[in-house]
Write a protein that binds this ligand. Sequence first.
Ligand code: IMP
Ligand code: MG
Length: 174
Amino acid sequence: MRLSDAPLIGRDAIADRVRALAAEISSDYAERDLVLVAVLKGAIHFVSDLQRALTIPATLDFVRARSYAGLSSSGSAEIFSEPTVDLAGRHVLIVEDILDTGVTASAIFTRFGAVNPASLDFCTLLDKPSRRKVEVPVRYTGFTIEDRFVVGYGMDYEERYRGLKDIFVLEGLD
Ligand code: IMP
Ligand code: MG
C-alpha cells in the first residue's frame, strides 16, 4: 500500500476550486441565513477553507457520521451527533469531503429534513458517481473523480493521511 507518486489533485487546484465554490455559494445565499454543517472528520479542512473564502456570513456546525469500516461501505450510516444550532427555518448546506455510495448523505438528508430547514442542500468536494447506490441531490461539487481510493486534505485511510495538503490515490489496496 502506497501513495501515488503525484497528487491526483494538488493544493493549488484545490484552492482554486474552493474559491470558485465559495463565490457561487456566496452569491446563491446572499441575504440568507446560511448554516454550514460539515461532516466530521473528513470535511474539516474543506469547510475551514470554504468558510474563509465566503463573502457572506455563515454559521458553522458539525455532524459526525460514518458509513465506512476500512474500504468497504457498510451500506448503512451511523450519525453520532446532532448539530448544536437550531436548523429550523434556516438555509442548511451540508458539507462533505467525498460522496461515494450516497448512504451517508442520504441518512443526513433524512435526519435534517425532519427539523424543517428553509432549504437543505449538499456540497461535496469530491464525487465518485460510479459508486452510487442511493441517489443524492448534489448542488455543489468540487471535482468528479474515478473509482479510486483517495486520501489527504481531510480524507483518511484508517485515520492516516488526513493532514496531507494534496489529495493522493492510495495504491495497492487489493
Ligand atoms: P458513502 O456513504 O458511501 O457515500 O460514504 C461517504 C464517506 O465514505 C465519505 O464521507 C468518506 O468519509 C468515506 N469515503 C468514501 N470514499 C473514500 C475515499 O476514496 N477515501 C477516503 N474516504 C472515503
Ligand atoms: Mg466523510
